[in-house]
Design a protein around this ligand. Sequence first.
Ligand SMILES: C[S@@+](CC[C@H](N)C(=O)[O-])C[C@H]1O[C@@H](n2cnc3c(N)ncnc32)[C@H](O)[C@@H]1O
Length: 236
Amino acid sequence: MNVFNRARSKEIKYHDKFYAETTLFQSGSWLSRPVKVVLENLTHIEKNKIQVLDLGCGVGRNSIPIAQQIQAYNGKVHCIDLLPSAIKLLNQYAEHYGVTNTIVPQAVDVENFLINKNTFDYIIACSCLEHVSSEAAFQTKLEEMKAGTTDKGINCILMSTEVKEIDVLSGEEQVGLIELNLSTEKAFAYLRDVYTGWQVLIEKSVQQEIQEEKDGRAIIFRSNWITFVVQSKGLS
Ligand SMILES: C[S@@+](CC[C@H](N)C(=O)[O-])C[C@H]1O[C@@H](n2cnc3c(N)ncnc32)[C@H](O)[C@@H]1O
């Protein structure tokens, strides 16, 4: 199996199991609360009939709180995830939280989801774009996101870069298994290039470490978590 297929298979297995075992907003898990920067940037956008696109939405950690905030304004959150299991749970959570009419869910690979031009006021890609198949696919999706955004709209991109696995005992370092393992520098270079002419609201990178067990060994997964938030200057 090539690296992409191994990474994709690991990604699917992990999320299928995790979403089945963890409830949305369960404390102590990464689903415990929405991502602050994702919710904060929503406040910079005019709400009336707002159209939000959440790429790699999972079970709705960000989509559900956003839906709760925009429901009264006749807005919609279009939710895309690769996993049918995630979309099934998202539908159940949408019902539980009373936002079924505001959520538009679709189980599809982000690479096969064509973003229509000039359609969305807010596009979120939170831990999604590092799962596309190539640098070309990454660049194409960014171009599509940009073209799919309305005047003064915002794109909020969060992703892992430079993913490494470090054996705690031996200190041995290996390249991490992920579909698209860009260097932080390269990811920022693509982002700055595609979004030339837009206002950069946030650009930052923070090192993250998670300790896990793999094949009976203690492993540290180290990556740089980047946040890139940009706003279209629009015509006016
Ligand atoms: C770490 S989770 C984050 C979920 C959500 N964005 C959040 O912040 O809670 C990554 C999600 O991306 C989805 N995903 C991975 N590869 C994808 C792809 N190629 N197309 C669409 N979704 C994908 C996974 O199924 C998973 O639900």
